[in-house]
Structures are given as C-alpha cells and as structure tokens.
Design a protein around this ligand. Structure first.
Ligand SMILES: [Zn+2]
Length: 332
C-alpha cells in the first residue's frame, strides 16, 4: 500500500530525481528521501512512502483546526501521517512530522467510510503537512467530494502552483499557518529558503475557497512591536480581504525551543488590538479570552458566534446578522 509513484518530479542524470511538489524542489539521489522524509528515490523514480497510511486520526471540533467560520460547532474526521516540507523550531507535532513512526494502513475508501460517521462533515488533512501527502489527499478528496462531504487542509501553504491547481477544486477550506512575512523568517524559523505561501494564499482566495490564517507568535523570532503586526494585518487586508479570519496563537515551549518562554499575554493582546484595526475577525488561541474567541458582527457589533473553549453557540440563522441584517462571513 505504502509505495506509490509520486506526482510532480523529473528524472536527472545518474538516477537522481528532482521533486517538483513544493518550492524546496529537492534533488534526491537513489535510495535517499527528500527533506520531507516521505518522498523517496527508488530506482530513479520518485515514490510516496506514505500513500494510504496514517499516523494519527480523530474526530475533532472544526474549531480545533482552527476554522471558526466554516460549519461552526461541527465535527470533522481528521487524519495525518508522517513528513513535512518544513522543520519549524516550535513544531507541536514533530514526533510525526519530522520522523517516521508506526502507521496504520488506511486506504482512501476507508477514510471516506470514517468521514461520515459521528455527524462528521468530511475530512481534515492535518497534524503533519498534507502537502507531502499529495497523492493520497488528491485521491481521497475526490472520493469525499463524490459523497457530498467536505475537505479541509491545515497546511503551511508552501506548495508549487501546478499541484495547488489540482487541489483547489477538491478542497473546500484551508487553514494556512502564516509564519512570517519574509523569506528570512522562513529560512531561520522553518529551514525553508524559498517559501511561496503568500502567493498560495492569494490563489486560494481567488479560487473562492474558504481561507483562515494562523499566526503563532514566537518569542525571539517575532518582534514584539505594533509595527510588526501591522505589517501582517495590512498585507492580509490588502491581498486577501478584511473578512479573512486571523488566529493569533500563544506560543508554549516545544521541540527545538524548549528553553524559550511562552508568549507574554500582553504581547498577544497588543497584536490582537493592532490586527483588529485592519481585519474584521481576529482571534487569540492557546489562552482563555472568551471575548477574543467569539465572533461579532463587523457592522453593528452583535454577537454572532459565542465560543468558550470548544463550546460553540451560533446566534445567527439564514446567513445574516440578526440585528442589522448584514450577511455573515460564514460557510454553513
Ligand atoms: Zn450586525
């Protein structure tokens, strides 16, 4: 099950191959794997070593992805496997994303079967980065669509444009982890010298897909100044739209940053206040702040969705604000 010929690569001399799936474009010698660990050169051909195998699965609230404006309060079957095209210093899931673990055989048909149990709305490809699982995600997502269910990708958003074009018709919603606004940030924090996440976000939006962004605020990597967060929020508002939800997440020591301190709560609140100047929907994560986790109408301020942790209460119906009638920015 596990070995499947990969999409997006080209043969080079001496049985080497060049992977063309993500902008890293690894050149891989025979019997070696790319940076992602799970795309391997076998006999001069690139194969995916994780096709139809999962390392993690569960039924999660869609808010946990996080997606706050997509089927609020619903459950989604979530699966992940091994591998990632980035190596972020603070990865929460490095045990599965940056090393190989035990995997269960889980062909697409089985995933589709699980996806409709327990009132799940479909499948979220998450935990590790689904980009490196391209072949399986594509096959499974096609079958999910045929069943009338939804597909969600939780991703770092660094993927070449041709594979992205293939995925876009199949994926209903994306949460993209926008780590920084510069190549230097990605090189330093994620060991990724040539990110293209900004263009990918624009393409997702242009394709009419639901997009939410997550920004983890990391001490020693992010600047704790209003100007710094203004740059984030301004770019999102100007290029993706003011209605794009932004999740600002509090950092806790993890992986290669075990000796770093958590994001100070006043920094998180400062970033929230700055971003709210530019964007309709800003949320904070990994901290208890009910007022900053709920959704309010940008026109009249009415409460639209109340969230306390994963307890979700939807206050609107018929797709409009109950007080002023403004169409709500939700997929339901
Ligand atoms: Zn309103």
């Amino acid at each position: 099950m596990a070995l499947a010929v990969a999409s997006y690569w080209e043969p080079l001399d001496n049985h080497k191959v060049k992977c063309l799936l993500c902008p890293r474009e690894c050149v891989i010698a025979e019997n070696q794997s790319g940076f992602c660990l799970v795309r391997k050169n076998v006999g001069g051909r690139l194969v995916s070593t994780i096709y139809g195998e999962i390392a993690s699965a569960g039924y999660d609230p869609v808010e946990k992805k996080p997606l706050y404006h997509f089927y609020p309060g619903q459950v989604i079957f979530s699966i992940g496997t091994n591998g990632c095209n980035l190596d972020c210093r603070s990865c929460q899931n490095w045990q599965i994303s940056r090393q190989e673990t035990h995997r269960e055989v889980f062909p697409p048909r089985m995933a589709v079967d699980y996806a409709s149990r327990y009132d799940s709305i479909g499948i979220a490809y998450t935990y590790n980065d689904p980009i490196v699982w391209f072949e399986y995600v594509k096959d499974t997502a096609s079958m999910i669509k045929e069943e009338g269910l939804v597909n969600v990708m939780v991703t770092n958003g660094n993927v070449n444009l041709e594979p992205l074009r293939e995925l876009l018709p199949l994926i209903d919603a994306f949460n993209v982890d926008l780590k920084g606004m510069t190549k230097e940030y990605y090189a330093k924090f994620s060991s990724m010298p040539n990110p293209n996440v900004w263009e990918v976000c624009e393409r997702i939006k242009k394709a009419g897909k639901h997009l939410e962004l997550t920004k983890l605020i990391v001490p020693l990597y992010d600047e704790f100044t209003p100007e710094y967060f203004e740059k984030f929020a301004r770019w999102i508002a100007e290029n993706l739209g003011k209605e794009t939800p932004l999740h600002l997440s509090r950092f806790f020591p993890a992986y290669k940053l075990m000796n770093t301190f958590p994001t100070p709560v006043d920094v998180l609140n400062m970033a929230y206040n700055v971003c709210k100047e530019y964007l309709y929907y800003v949320y904070v994560g990994n901290v208890i702040e009910p007022e900053k986790e709920s959704t309010f109408c940008p026109k009249c301020g009415a409460l639209l969705v109340e969230r306390i942790g994963y307890e979700v209460s939807v206050k609107f119906s018929d797709g409009v604000c109950p007080k002023c009638g403004r169409p709500v920015d939700f997929v339901t």
